[in-house]
Ligand binder design. Sequence first.
Ligand SMILES: Nc1nc2c(ncn2[C@@H]2O[C@H](COP(=O)(O)OP(=O)(O)O)[C@@H](O)[C@H]2O)c(=O)[nH]1
Ligand SMILES: [Mg+2]
Length: 396
Amino acid sequence: MELGVVGKPNVGKSTFFAAATLAPVQIANYPFTTIDANRGVAYVRKRCPHLELGHPCKPKNAPCNGGTRLIPVELLDVAGLVPNAHEGRGLGNKFLDDLRQANAFVHVIDATGGTDFEGNPVALGTHDPLADVQFLEDELAHWIAGILSRNWDKEARRADLEEAPSEKIVTARLTGLGFTEMQVHSAVRDSPLDPKMARWTSDDLFRLARTLQRRGKPMILAANKADLASREALQSLSKATGYLMVPTSAEYELALRRAASAGLIDYAPGGSSFEIMRPEKLTAAQEKGLEKIRVFLQERGSTGVQACIEEAVFKLLDLIVVYPVEDEHHWTDKSGNVLPDAFLVPRGSTALDVAFKVHTDLGNHFIRAINARTKMVVGRDHPVQDGDVIKIVAKV
Ligand SMILES: Nc1nc2c(ncn2[C@@H]2O[C@H](COP(=O)(O)OP(=O)(O)O)[C@@H](O)[C@H]2O)c(=O)[nH]1
Ligand SMILES: [Mg+2]
């Protein structure tokens, strides 16, 4: 699972990334850190099923923080995209190529309208953030269209002669961009296209690219710098975009997580409050800064950063969490670890999909699954539910 943090320069992408990937101190020994300069691990939260068991879990891939399971999600901080990045402007193509595997994008916009297209600061309210949404969509569609149209005419003629299905040709051309075959097939099917591929115009290819981009690389908006924007302005922006949008203050979230990891405050990311632990260690400026943040949290509920990642995962991508175990009675793996793993899978995934997610062998030798809560046996095609604890029975 990977989310690409995208947007033009100076909107707060790196601040968002730094905040989201800074682990709370309680789990600092867990690799929720930066993998390299611009790849890091954030997480989404779920109530851990160990609370039902009455004794603690022993997690391997997703730590548990007092009953809150933290399930890792990779974040990619992409350097700012400027208009015409697809033509290579501002190292555009390299950055676009970094986004190939992203399942979805968090598009960070400056909700205050205080940054122009190139990332230069301008008077607040003088740049329309909606224009950024349009521009980014266009860049992504141009990028996909560019890959799709490379030597199109030649290949299209050959494919027409061989009567190759167009979905197959398009899928092959876009390998590595992270689209599923189903997404490509449905995009081709829903586009008004000539049966002969050689007759597809560059406009046709661009429209197809746009459909693919919207379906295969969905986007949530982080309306950032919300600390400088009024609630009313944010509400009308949200209404106008037609996208899922979460107001964020990446700057406040970063300040809180840094203060928390320094032991100055007690703060759980996503929370609506914090507690000062070491008042004697705070400078006057820090104290004043924290008070401003406290007021913001009281008014808005949270900084929005954690909420934005969770909306991307649970709403935009509609993923659910399942807990595979080997012992359906004790909810353990072979070595007795309680609820060792938590996996994100698309809603509608079957027991067999979960088996493959755990291990290819388990998928290949699948016999049946057992819902560890109800002890009911379920077949391969049974769709799993959010929070299911599930045992896979396979031929050994
Ligand atoms: N007021 C405010 N400033 C922010 C926020 N997030 C980032 N900034 C500031 O915006 C500028 C650009 O941030 P940066 O993360 O480098 O943007 P990037 O170029 O998109 O990666 C920096 O001066 C940040 O301190 C925020 O939530 N509120
Ligand atoms: Mg940056």
